[in-house]
Write a new protein. Structure first.
Length: 254
């Protein structure tokens, strides 16, 4: 009786798309620093301008009250008007602290005079033009802190997007966001729009990265090649208690 040739099955291959090649650590760090500087320059443009948007004096006022509450450990007073702008007030506080640290003795006395005048005001009203002159002194460093944070967000978005779509697509998207005029203008103002946009973008990209990690199939062990076993049935391990001897099939009486 001729031997029946067993059909050959090709080895199972992993059909998942390989990850795109990524640059090295040095090139990645250089790319992040370049993106940060590229995003920072247009965002600092608003810091150098003399205009003030209508909401910024209120945010400077809240940041000053927030800073004073932190320094005196009056934790309940850090809650300002129920507005969800904690990050904006933190950036204003960083700007105020940096302004104090970078000033000389005369400038520190001038800053204290502005703060003393502001402390006598209960809240900001549109008709109090004298208050705006005192608040405007603290606006440029707060804007600079906002610009630095949002520029770092562009570099962080590049790192997350690179894990999803590779280096080239992530770099192109980061450059477009860094030079977007509308986003750059908002990122240089002391307001809630720019940090909300930055952290929403980073959260969305991080969520997509987590989804790709969960959906990645487990590694499949390599399949043994069938070459050299043509025409032979698969071996069957001996049954227990036979001492390694192959048991013959039971005879059927005729």
């Amino acid at each position: 009786m001729a031997e029946v040739e067993q059909p050959q099955h090709p080895p199972r291959q992993d059909t998942t798309a390989p990850n795109p090649p990524q640059p090295g650590a040095g090139r990645t760090a250089l790319t992040c620093v370049t993106l940060w500087l590229l995003a920072l320059l247009p965002r600092l443009h608003a810091v150098l301008l003399g205009f003030i948007t209508p909401d910024e004096p209120r945010w400077v006022f809240r940041a000053i009250r927030f800073t004073q509450a932190l320094e005196t450990r009056r934790w309940a007073d850090t809650f300002q008007i129920g507005h969800p702008g904690v990050i904006t007030m933190w950036l204003g506080a960083l700007g105020l602290w940096w302004q104090r640290a970078a000033q000389g003795t005369v400038a520190v006395q001038e800053t204290a005079r502005h703060l003393e005048w502001i402390d006598r005001v209960a809240w900001v009203t549109p008709d109090n033009s004298a208050l705006f002159e005192h608040l405007a002194v603290f606006l440029p460093p707060a804007r600079a802190a906002m610009a630095v944070l949002c520029s770092l967000g562009i570099a962080g978005a590049y790192l997350l997007a690179r894990r999803l779509w590779g280096h080239r697509i992530a770099l192109a998207g980061a450059v477009l966001m860094a030079l977007n005029p509308f986003l750059s203008a908002l990122s240089g103002l002391l307001h809630v729009d720019a940090p909300a946009t930055t952290f929403l973008l980073l959260s969305l990209l991080a969520w997509l990265v987590a989804l790709t990690l969960e959906m990645r199939p487990p590694s499949v062990p390599p399949v043994e090649s069938t070459e050299g076993r043509r025409g032979r049935p698969p071996s069957i391990p001996p049954a227990k208690g036979t001492g390694g001897r192959k048991s013959s099939p039971p005879s059927v009486p005729s």
